[in-house]
Design a protein around this ligand. Structure first.
Ligand code: TMP
Ligand code: ASP
Length: 235
């Protein structure tokens, strides 16, 4: 597949056009940011771990009946994906209290929730990705009610599959963020990435953090944490 010009550079990935108008190529970087870009750094070989992990997981999700943008891995950092129009929502699912949830509701981190929760943030860096509810989403025409129902259903299915995938390697899936896109015919599919950048992953025995919180919170050992996740998932 001939790779054409760069279309977009995000905080963690670049997106390129290809000779096929329905196919994009994503290239994963080692750049790491937190707090909407206020904290900047890099995590050595993060791009390789995130690319391989996201691709492996998306293939497992496809087998479980969840449509994704994944087409084919080209190299350690590069993957072909289906072209979508991204729905401008960060879709967050939580199983255990942590991060902004713990802060917002005044609860300690690490408490098992009685049921998984779903929340949406409006993807808008200028506004710092504010939380948004279903009424506000449809009122602003960011997504339709029907699309939101599909997104919620898929998000909980992704959660159920991810819990199993990580439990098999002794990792507790605390929470994660996913994004969806629309194909030309309007079909909603899973897009973006699933990686230690976008999930909270804790060792089941020790609760050691194996994700980007090591970078966000200056805990150190972030390179080793990403490599440990890669090792456990046999990437
Ligand atoms: P939060 O507790 O900070 O709201 O984060 C919830 C989950 O979403 C956590 O797994 C980290 C992930 N996340 C992203 O992927 N991107 C972001 O910009 C933020 C703020 C969180
Ligand atoms: N996506 C956020 C940022 O751009 C970082 C995070 O994952 O917390 O800075």
């Amino acid at each position: 597949m001939e790779i054409l010009e760069q279309l977009y550079e995000g905080k963690a990935k670049k997106v390129f056009k290809t000779a096929d108008a329905d196919v994009y190529m994503v290239q994963y970087k080692d750049d790491a940011t937190a707090f909407n870009g206020a904290k900047k750094g890099s995590i050595s070989d993060k791009g390789i771990v995130n690319n391989k992990m996201s691709n492996q997981i998306m293939q497992q999700l496809e087998k479980a009946g969840i449509p994704t943008h994944y087409i084919e891995q080209l190299s350690d950092r590069e993957t072909l994906v289906k072209r979508v129009e991204i729905v401008p929502l960060e879709v967050i699912v939580r199983n255990v209290t942590a991060g902004s949830f713990a802060k917002r509701f005044g609860v300690e981190e690490g408490l098992q929730l009685k049921n998984p929760t779903l929340e949406f943030c409006y993807k808008n860096d200028d506004l710092d990705d504010p939380m948004i509810n279903n009424y506000q989403i449809t009122a602003l025409e960011l997504a339709t009610e029907q699309e939101l129902a599909t997104i919620a259903d898929l998000a909980f299915k992704v959660n159920a599959e991810l819990i199993k995938i990580f439990a098999a390697v002794n990792i507790r899936l605390v929470d994660f963020k996913i994004e969806f896109g629309r194909l030309d015919d309007g079909t909603i599919i899973l897009a973006d990435e699933i990686s230690p950048d976008t999930c909270r992953l804790w060792d089941k025995d020790t609760n050691e953090k194996l994700d980007k919180d090591r970078f966000r919170r200056d805990l150190g050992g972030e390179v080793e944490a990403y490599q440990e996740v890669a090792r456990r998932l046999s990437l």
